[in-house]
Design a protein around this ligand. Structure first.
Ligand code: SF4
Length: 620
């Protein structure tokens, strides 16, 4: 009699809370698309479990939780380690202070709701019929993912559980396997190829053949002795990857009551890795790229897709899901490919609403193309408004370039949601003074968000702490409050703490924090005006220019620039040196131009860094 063929292999991919609820998970969406393309006969289901939790706790509450690591981690930590519930509650209450959407939220009730909903989610997935569960752990998904894993293994002890994502990428995983024996494998680097090999091995075994004994990019519980850093197994060309599959996210959303449905933002990628990191010099032997950055723990090198392919994917995926918002998940968009990408997107004639992360130094002409294609929001790697500090951050930009891109975004109406890092180790009084000086000039532009420096595992500062004057680097104390001591002692987590001038830095940067808060209030007040006139704007009369400077206290100031003054002001729409100005306006003398430029700076109509000048008013 012929042996009965086993049913096709069944795989579940899960993304636990707390990613942004209004975007399908690109991690599990991409893995699903890749596995389905490679093994059309197997069943792969992607579970965007966080969306269900968001619906259960309410979107504003979920949003507030997902914005802060410790808030997010505290919820499932209370479930995962019942003995830590009291401390988790303390962490939650401390972090929830000042968050309007969490006012009055009872931690115990919140945890109970999340527990009930998580169990409901898990009870609707037929793990008994599955052979493999893949869980992607990024950002603040640690305690949630571990809780999911524990519950799944309790239901089906024989199921294989694979953990992937950036959080544990590159670690030996020895302690992780020891403390969480529910985990069978750890994928290092991106998941496509390693997961393919795991699936292939399982299929072989089901067919009575020998499985694959050693898979590149994967460690397992049996490898506890492994000490060498795991080797990644990446796809060589991103063009070979299909677009992510978001089917289940939309199906789930459609089950919600009409009041809870919304139009999501689709996550798509152009590149993996960071082109700046590839080009940048090493930071005092701590590694390449920006000194504080650990965003590239799961990639080696840099790869990007062809702009034409990306534009087609945007077209196809938005068409399929009937939405127009797309967020590019790249660490930074590649400048070289972006012109063609945004031209292609603009040619679709669709009213896209796009978000992307870019570097200061992105040319104005490219920003204009981006705007034409539908970019309405960006995050720019601003980080500092002091050029010496930017140099120590290895940012490769200047403070004036930062102000320039902030101005261009303001002019184009692109919302610029960017950060200013406070208390970077070794910051000097001069850095703070320069920041305060330039903040005065930034007042008409969209305010930056103050973010206190945090030490990320794997960042250049982490790898070479002494060069940055810090020592005694270890897991952040909150991990000790949320996890049992032995876990916090032995698993290297993403957020680290250190010693070295922290109190001094906090005091030093306090005036910057206060000024940014004030800036935010002023900007909001001046934009209460329904006409949305720029705070510092100009109207061009051809032979003259009228600049209007709006103030919250007192009437607006008007300035008229005639003839050559107008021309110089317009010429300095992008950063110009005094030499550039003299060369452009042949015959003009330094003695004539410098007093004009200084007067413009004094009136805060222009800003300068040494001999470089930038006009600040945007066309009304
Ligand atoms: S912060 Fe951005 S630009 Fe800097 S290294 Fe990281 S990904 Fe690259």
């Amino acid at each position: 009699m012929k042996a009965k063929k086993p049913p096709p292999l069944s795989v579940a991919l899960i993304s636990a809370p707390w990613p942004l609820y209004n975007r399908p998970s690109i991690q599990i969406g991409s893995l699903k698309a890749h596995l389905k393309a490679r093994f059309p006969d197997i069943t792969v289901n992607a579970h965007h479990a966080y969306l269900q939790i968001a619906e259960a706790v309410g979107y504003p509450v979920y949003q507030a939780l997902s914005e802060r690591t410790w808030l997010a981690e505290s919820v499932y930590a209370g479930l995962l380690f019942p003995e830590k519930k009291k401390e988790a509650k303390d962490v939650f209450q401390h972090q929830a202070r000042g968050k309007p959407d969490l006012k009055g939220i009872d931690f115990v009730r919140l945890v109970a709701t999340v527990e009930k909903e998580t169990k409901k989610i898990l009870s609707h997935i037929f793990f008994e019929r599955m052979q493999l569960v893949g869980i992607s752990v990024c950002l603040c998904q640690i305690s949630a993912s571990l809780y999911f894993i524990r519950q799944i293994k309790r239901r089906v002890p024989g199921i294989r559980i694979v953990l992937g994502g950036s959080t544990f990428s590159g670690l030996s995983g020895e302690a992780l396997f020891r403390f969480f024996p529910e985990i069978d494998n750890l994928v290092h680097g991106e998941g496509e190829r390693p997961l393919t090999s795991i699936v292939e091995s399982l299929i072989r075994k089901r067919e009575g053949k020998e499985g694959i004994s050693s898979i590149q990019g994967v460690t397992s519980r049996d490898d506890l002795q492994m000490k060498a850093p795991p080797v990644f197994d990446q796809v060589s060309a991103l063009k070979d990857l299909p677009p992510p599959d978001y089917e289940e996210y939309f199906s789930l959303l459609n089950t919600f009551s009409p009041g809870k449905r919304f139009f999501p933002t689709l996550s798509l990628e152009v590149s993996r890795g960071c082109w700046w990191r590839r080009q940048a010099r090493t930071v005092k032997d701590g590694g390449r790229g920006c000194a504080f950055c650990n965003l590239n723990l799961q990639w080696w090198g840099y790869r990007r897709k062809d702009p034409g392919q990306c534009a087609k994917e945007v077209d196809r995926v938005t068409q399929k899901h009937r939405v127009l918002s797309v967020a590019f998940t790249d660490n930074i968009l590649p400048i070289a490919a972006s012109g063609a990408l945004f031209d292609a997107l603009a040619s679709h004639g669709k009213d896209y609403r796009l978000f992307c992360e870019i570097r200061a130094g992105t040319p104005k002409a490219l920003l204009e193309k981006m705007h034409r294609a539908g970019v309405r929001e960006v995050q720019v790697g601003i980080e500092a408004l002091s050029t010496p500090l930017l140099k120590r951050l290895n940012k490769g930009t200047t403070a004036l370039e930062n102000l320039e891109i902030m101005k261009h975004c303001e002019a184009l109406g692109i919302k610029n949601n960017s950060n200013l890092i406070l208390s970077f180790p070794g910051s000097t009084k001069a850095d703070v003074e320069e920041t305060l000086r330039l903040l005065n000039f930034a007042a008409p532009l969209r305010p930056l968000r103050p973010v206190t420096f945090w030490l990320g595992r794997g960042s250049p500062v982490f790898r070479n702490p002494l060069s940055f004057g810090i020592s005694r680097v270890k897991n952040h104390p909150n991990y000790y409050r949320l996890f049992p001591r032995h876990v916090a002692d032995e698993i290297p987590f993403m957020i680290q703490t250190y010693q070295g001038g922290r109190t001094y830095q906090k005091k030093l940067w306090r005036p910057v924090y206060v000024q940014i808060k004030q800036w935010g209030k002023e900007y909001a007040r001046l934009h209460e005006d329904p006409t949305h006139t720029p705070i510092l704007g100009y109207s061009d009369g051809g032979a003259f220019l009228i600049i209007r400077q709006r103030r919250s206290e007192g009437p607006s100031l008007n300035h008229r620039l005639e003839g050559l003054s107008r021309k110089i002001y317009l010429f300095c729409d992008t950063i110009r040196s005094v030499d550039d100005i003299l060369f452009h306006f042949n015959g003009l003398s330094k003695e004539r131009v410098l007093p004009f430029l200084k007067m413009m700076v004094k009136k805060r109509l222009m800003v300068n860094e040494g001999a470089f000048y930038l006009s600040l008013a945007v066309r009304i």
